[in-house]
Design a protein around this ligand. Structure first.
Ligand SMILES: C[S@@+](CC[C@H](N)C(=O)[O-])C[C@H]1O[C@@H](n2cnc3c(N)ncnc32)[C@H](O)[C@@H]1O
Length: 303
């Protein structure tokens, strides 16, 4: 999905053979009209229109069937704090609040923001659903345990550093769009027959045609570095949740296999030993299993 922002040619008036004052007035009018169009938002009280422009992406609601899949993927429960980025008319926030979670929506369009508050009150979840009118790039997301988003690939890429800096284990779930080379941790899809009827519905809120996709990422802990383990050295390299490296003990170095992070949970194998552990600040603690025998292990960060 791309925003409608930025289309249309401007500045043609300067080629006309007209007096300067006239040209200036024409340019001013064009400028004002452009600013007005660029700032166009839902008029207060009016029903939003699918495809209407938004700050960075247009408005389109997530199909109900997909909202359920997204919240299932993120395993949303009552103890969660869900933040929907670009919350539109509030459907995702309301659905999360209906599951007992506290949920918060950030929406730039003031009329959509006002509408979402009314919808949450009408749904009887206003106590657990809150909304803020503002820009997702300026919002503090640090309290979230779950982030939901239906934006665009390019907006997701701009958001990626902010999301990767969230608490390890924070679940990020999107409708349709990914985060470039950050591989998904899980995915689900929903069938929406309603989408097929979209051409015949006056103001369809979503255009999920038949199959709609949801994706999940879990913010990984930072493990890259050199760790001291027993008498040896564990060298870890990291690309998002994918971990590689080597374990060197007694002068012998063996490459890690199947290295993976799921939030703070680290797992990898070295030869026929399976390591699992929890990554804390400068320390990893866990269990090593070999031939049905488990032992504990820990590592401390050298640098
Ligand atoms: C595709 S809609 C998704 C709405 C809702 N999350 C859902 O899934 O039904 C994207 C929403 O993001 C809003 N938006 C776009 N850029 C934004 C920004 N920088 N900050 C806050 N909201 C933004 C748009 O106004 C629109 O309502």
């Amino acid at each position: 999905m791309t925003s409608a922002m930025g289309y249309g040619k401007q500045g043609q008036a300067q080629n006309l053979k007209l007096p300067f004052a006239f040209k200036a007035a024409a340019l001013a009018l064009i400028f004002l009209a452009t600013v007005r169009v660029a700032a166009a938002q839902t008029p207060p009280g009016a029903a939003p229109q699918a495809g209407q422009r938004g700050k960075d992406v247009m408005w389109m609601a997530t199909a109900d069937a997909l909202i359920a899949r997204m919240l299932d993927l993120a395993a949303v429960k009552a103890s969660d704090y869900v933040i929907d980025l670009g919350s539109g008319d509030g459907v995702v926030v309301i659905a999360a609040a209906r599951r007992g979670a506290r949920a918060h929506g950030i929406e730039y369009d003031r009329a959509l923001y006002e509408l979402s508050k009314r919808e949450a009150a009408a749904a009887g979840v206003a106590a657990r659903a809150s909304f803020a009118q503002g820009d997702i790039f300026e919002a503090d997301l640090s309290a979230a345990s779950v982030i939901t988003a239906y934006l665009s690939e390019s907006v997701n890429l701009r958001l990626r550093p902010k999301l990767l800096a969230l608490r390890p284990g924070t679940r990020v779930v999107t409708n349709s769009f990914g985060f470039g080379d950050w591989k998904v941790d899980d995915a689900a899809s929903a069938i929406s027959l309603k989408g097929l009827l979209a051409p015949f519905i006056d103001h369809p809120k979503d255009h999920c045609f038949l199959v709609c996709n949801a994706y999940l990422w879990i913010v990984p802990a930072q493990v890259e570095g050199r760790w001291r383990v027993g008498g040896g050295v564990l060298e870890l390299r990291q690309s998002y949740q994918m971990v590689s490296g080597s374990l060197t003990q007694g002068g012998k170095s063996v490459a890690l296999a199947k290295g993976r992070l799921r939030g703070e949970a680290l797992s990898f194998t070295v030869g026929d030993t399976e390591y699992s552990g929890r990554v804390g600040p400068a320390r990893i603690e866990g269990t090593a299993r070999r031939g049905g025998v488990s032992t504990t292990w820990y590592a401390t960060l050298e640098r």
